[in-house]
Design a protein around this ligand. Structure first.
Ligand code: SF4
Length: 308
């Protein structure tokens, strides 16, 4: 399967071409809200998981689709890719489309990684816990990543990186959306001083049921606490109405009307990337068109039946 998927509509980046650099599901975290399910390979080892040449060969034909951004993300944490600087430089050689990196920010304490990722045009790291306890509860990091180390990395990169740095915060009801955990988060964000603060919540089916979404009105109240650079990430329903998105969404519904499937089944059945499937599932679930069923630790989707 290609390592490049989309373009898919992105909340922040319009039509985004996703580049998957990491095998499913390899990450330095195992977040309770992860839409890809539980981490099966928790690691901080950086290596060339996919040959760089293969990634570029997959990318070139997709540039004809005129994406707004090329986004390095993947089925895990993209900064685990050891040749990030060379990859970004090679992309800049073949196109003017800007490159964004979506990262959990856990490894930015490594100076060489900071040097590599600084080649990107936009970096969007995450921060969900403002103290060690909340960090452990939400992100369940690899043992070598302490809260202090992670935070130092986020701050150091901000001081060095002069291009756009947007910080994403995932708020969860009863965990980091009020009281002391929220106050700690606000203090950390003020120390980082990102260009933008983007507040999100668990709207997609999460890895763990304990990851509960925060209500929209409360999200707006919290955004006000973070100050003028904070925003609740807008609903992207309009972008989803694009033709290419709608036809794939219909194909997903058609498949599910035949039998309940996991995201992996859908990706295999339709020959599209798992991350792309997640976008369709999210939209269809939000629209009330899909029901979720957990069987033997696997999440299955099926159409909701309308009463006649
Ligand atoms: S949400 Fe991102 S950082 Fe967290 S486990 Fe999933 S892939 Fe890793």
């Amino acid at each position: 399967m290609s390592h490049v998927f989309g373009p898919v509509p992105s909340r922040r980046l319009g039509r985004s071409l996703g580049v998957d650099l990491i095998p499913f599901k390899t990450c330095s975290y195992d977040c309770i809200y992860c839409q890809l399910g539980r981490t099966t390979s928790k690691t901080i080892e950086r290596k060339e998981w996919v040959p760089l040449r293969t990634v570029l060969d997959d990318l070139k034909p997709k540039l004809a689709l005129n994406p707004d951004w090329i986004t390095l993300s993947g089925s895990g944490e993209p900064t685990l890719y050891s040749r990030l600087d060379e990859l970004i430089a090679d992309i800049h050689e073949i196109t003017d489309v800007p490159v964004a990196v979506l990262t959990n920010g856990s490894l930015l304490w490594q100076p060489d990684l900071r040097r590599q990722i600084s080649k990107a045009d936009l970096v969007i790291p995450s921060l969900d816990g403002g103290d060690s306890e909340t960090f452990q509860t939400i992100n369940r990091p690899a043992p070598k990543i302490s809260f202090e180390t992670m935070l130092e990395g986020l701050i150091a990169f901000r001081q060095e990186f002069k291009k756009q740095y947007w910080l994403e915060i995932l708020l969860l009801e009863g965990i980091n959306a009020d009281g002391e955990p929220l106050e700690n988060l606000i203090r950390c964000v003020s120390a980082i001083a990102p260009d933008r603060i983007q507040l999100n919540t668990a709207t997609r089916p999460p890895a763990e049921q304990s990851a509960r979404p925060v209500a929209p009105a409360r999200m707006q109240e919290i955004a006000a606490r973070f100050g003028p650079t904070a925003e609740v990430i807008a609903d992207y329903r309009n972008v989803h109405a694009q033709t290419d998105f709608s036809s794939q969404k219909d194909a997903v519904m058609e498949l599910l009307s035949r039998r309940p499937c996991t995201t992996e089944d859908i990706a295999g059945g339709l020959g599209i990337h798992r991350n792309e499937v997640v976008k369709y599932i999210e939209e269809l679930t939000e629209a009330g068109q899909l029901a979720v069923e957990n069987i033997a630790e696997k999440t299955f989707y099926k159409p909701t039946r309308k009463e006649t």
